[in-house]
Design a binder for this molecule. Structure first.
Ligand SMILES: Cc1cc2nc3c(=O)[nH]c(=O)nc-3n(C[C@H](O)[C@H](O)[C@H](O)COP(=O)(O)OP(=O)(O)OC[C@H]3O[C@@H](n4cnc5c(N)ncnc54)[C@H](O)[C@@H]3O)c2cc1C
Length: 485
């Protein structure tokens, strides 16, 4: 069997893994990085994202950053357990250290390190700018790396090579190796031919979520697994082994295993992120031709995930967005409808219904009831305008404008899985925590495979946390090795 010896072994070549590798190699550690994908496809989800970052500027997180992450935990934790949170970590009870609850130290470390991480990425050749988003209305500020996630993968990949990191593509991590002292000392993997490869070193797991694993998806999400799919090709590489390897060692969990980050996309398209974010400007109907959700509860970036979950709850996990010709007056309509598949079009609502396979009378009835409930008033597509229906169930709280101008158009919409929420519990230095609240020596995790989100994804924080905690993990793992001489 081939054995590769490093100080630090990184699993995964997305933003979390590359940040860990560059960070560790930057302080002199010998680093090996393995990725199950080929070099042409390495980078998982990161490769396909535009990578919006919830930042006000390169140095400052967006307003309310910490609160948004903390408030996302909608559970009712036992105050008898969480009272210990005021103590230093080592003095907290093992129950709290391993508790499945949002970790305030972690969130604080995230906020404190986000800006310095972006400056660090700049020092490695990444530029940031306020680039336009696909959202017609927004609730927060965002930056993005120029060139998106692909620029992160390519620029950091080159930097890692310059620093001497060895890349092992088409090499899949399978299980962790633990020494007699209980310390993670490496891992077993399989190379492109299926041959066993042994990697020696402290391990940083950065292999993404489990959205590419139908068995795990069904295990945690039941029937909903069947009607969704990864939002882009890269997610198919994330099959959850990193999570399972650590769980097998007794790792604690964080994040909501019942949910994933959902985005509304056109199921007809094979393009990455064929998003349809224009739902507030029309009505969403299910296969029965019925409305089922308030399409316009607030800014699109804050509500699209919850609206997508409502779509996913419909029969066959699908809905149709019905628009009329006046939607073309929305200045951002072309960017909000990213699919290149043409809409289904009809000269009348009945004709449209027939073409999308919905009962014509049902759709006509739905549109008529909606139109009758729309108020007079000034319609402003650029901000939540308060133009709300009256006496309609479910209501539509903004942008309620009759659907009456031919031609009528419809797009099919399903829930795509951007990434899964359930993952490993790590502390603020990215060390994996076990179910007895101890950190597992020699084992780190960062990015999607760590748990942070519980109810509604705090938008534009996934790439940022991958970079932030990947960098922290790499530096910590390297310092550990350096300290041991
Ligand atoms: C289209 C799209 C748009 C998005 N938009 C945004 C956005 O604007 N802002 C934002 O913050 N987030 C966004 N996200 C989410 C974000 O991109 C990801 O959550 C983040 O990039 C994940 O980084 P990661 O390093 O944890 O995982 P990934 O980038 O997915 O990398 C994981 C890597 O691990 C490898 N791997 C998996 N299993 C193994 C194994 N067993 N052995 C070896 N290698 C393995 C994979 O091949 C992959 O290269 C978007 C995602 C997509 C797909």
């Amino acid at each position: 069997m081939t054995t590769h010896r490093y100080d630090v072994v990184v699993v995964g070549g997305g933003i979390a893994g590359l940040s860990a590798a560059v960070s560790a190699a930057g302080v002199g550690a010998r680093v090996g990085l393995l990725d199950r994908a080929s070099e042409a496809e390495t980078g998982g989800n990161t490769r396909y994202t535009e990578a919006y970052l919830r930042m006000r500027s390169t140095d400052e997180p967006a307003e309310g950053f910490t609160d948004a992450l903390v408030d996302d935990f909608m559970g009712h934790p036992d105050p008898g357990l969480t009272a210990d949170a005021v103590l230093d970590r080592d003095r907290r009870s093992p129950l709290l250290r391993a508790h499945h609850v949002v970790d305030l130290d972690y969130v604080e470390a995230f906020a404190d390190n986000a800006g310095p991480t972006l400056r660090w990425l700049e020092s490695h050749g990444i530029a940031f700018a306020q680039l336009p988003t696909l959202f017609p209305t927004v609730s927060t500020t965002r930056l993005a790396p120029v060139g998106g996630g692909l620029a992160l993968v390519e620029t950091l990949g080159k930097r890692a090579r310059d620093l001497g990191v060895d890349f092992h593509f088409e090499t899949t991590a399978r299980s962790l190796v633990v020494d007699p002292a209980g310390r993670v000392a490496g891992l077993h993997a399989a190379d492109h031919s299926g041959a066993a490869v042994h990697f020696v070193g402290a391990v940083v797991l950065a292999s993404g979520g489990y959205q590419g694993n139908p068995e795990m998806m069904a295990r945690y999400h039941g029937d909903k697994a069947l009607t969704c799919r990864p939002v882009a090709r890269g997610g198919n590489y994330n099959k959850g082994e990193g999570i399972e390897m650590a769980l097998a060692l007794g790792a604690a969990t964080a994040g909501n295993f019942a949910l994933f980050h959902a985005e509304p996309v056109d199921p007809r398209s094979g393009d990455p992120e064929a998003a349809i974010m224009a739902f507030p400007y029309g009505v969403l109907v299910n296969e029965q031709g019925e409305r089922f959700v308030d399409e316009a509860r607030g800014p699109v970036d804050a509500w699209y995930e919850r609206t997508t979950r409502d779509i996913q709850d419909q029969p066959h996990g699908i809905a149709w967005l019905v628009l009329d010709a006046s939607a073309s007056a929305v200045p951002t309509i072309r960017t909000a409808i990213r699919t290149v598949e043409p809409p289904v079009s009809g000269a009348t609502v009945a004709q449209l219904a027939e073409r999308i396979g919905v009962d014509a009378q049902a759709l006509e009835g739905t549109v008529a009831a909606y139109n009758a409930a729309c108020p007079e008033g000034e319609w402003d597509p650029t901000r939540p305008d308060g133009l709300a229906t009256t006496g309609l169930t479910p209501p539509k709280c903004n942008w309620a404008k009759p659907i009456e101008v031919a031609p009528f158009e419809a797009y099919p919409v399903i829930a795509a899985n951007v990434f899964t929420f359930g993952g490993l519990k790590v502390d603020a230095t990215s060390r994996v925590v076990d179910r007895d609240g101890r950190t597992i020596a020699g084992l780190y995790a960062a990015g999607e495979m760590t748990g942070l989100y519980y109810s509604n994804y705090t938008g534009s924080t996934s790439v940022l946390r991958g970079a932030t905690f990947g960098k922290i993990a790499g530096a910590h793992a390297a310092s550990l090795v350096a300290a041991e001489g």
